[in-house]
Design a protein around this ligand. Sequence first.
Ligand code: FES
Length: 113
Amino acid sequence: MAEWIQVARLSELPPGTATEVVAGERIVALFRVEDGVYALDGVCPHQGGPLGQGHLEGCTVTCPWHGWQFDVRNGQHQFNAAIRQPTFPVRVEGDDIFVDISVPSSDSKKDIE
Ligand code: FES
């Protein structure tokens, strides 16, 4: 069952920026790119770096700790096809951004094993 949580305001997330939010017991990285708002599991699968504090360029976020890069639209690691960071559905209603944290779309740990 979906578990939509209001995590941020659109007016506080200008285009081309990222932020880190807490939703339930999860840390979620939010990104606003040209075609919308996307959410990834905010904990980098490498060593736990904060993806929501990473540098966003286009649709690619660079982890601030060691530079792993992910496509924020689908969580795909840019250089290793086996690694995909879990994503969460996002809904925008007016100025409110909601994230459904019930089921991430993939499990990167499973992909790595
Ligand atoms: S923790 Fe993200 S690249 Fe190392």
